[in-house]
Design a protein around this ligand. Sequence first.
Ligand SMILES: *[C@@H]1O[C@H](CO)[C@@H](O)[C@H](O)[C@H]1NC(C)=O
Ligand SMILES: [Cu+2]
Length: 171
Amino acid sequence: MVVRVPMAMAAAVLLVVAAVVVVVEVAAAATYTVGAPAGLWDMQTDYADWVKSKTFHPGDSITFTYSPELHDVVEVIKAGYDACSSANNISAFRSGNDVVTLTAVGTRYFLCGLTGHCGNGMKIRVDVVAAKASSAPASSSASRAAAAGFAIMTTVAASLLLLQPAAVVVS
Ligand SMILES: *[C@@H]1O[C@H](CO)[C@@H](O)[C@H](O)[C@H]1NC(C)=O
Ligand SMILES: [Cu+2]
């Protein structure tokens, strides 16, 4: 079978493929509301249990949602987390809707600075792992691999078209 494809069309196909690959990458960044859907940033939620079902990657973000009259959010280092101390904190939030971006690989620690709350379990440890080394769902990895493979195949095909614009034997 012989197909004639103008160079402009080959270029358009390349652009579309590039756009699809970009969309797939952007869609990979996730936003999580801490404790949701069963809870929020409160005194009831088991945060160790909440993080267990999730894999956080650089670029993802977590949102602490709570009443500022009842709680706050303090980011601390491991020592502060272990001791429930916000004395040497990294940062503190109290808007009631605090968005924290997990910018890099590593472990982040947050607690509620109100007296007794951290001791009652209101603290969370978030492990941020590299996207490639993750246990991401197979479908997500597979679709990314498929998109990449498709982009490579299309690039090769388009290159052939550019070298030989008259006609290309497709099969
Ligand atoms: C965070 O640490 C600073 C000192 O670096 C302290 O003044 C502040 O009270 C702390 N914030 C909280 C909420 O504990
Ligand atoms: Cu609290």
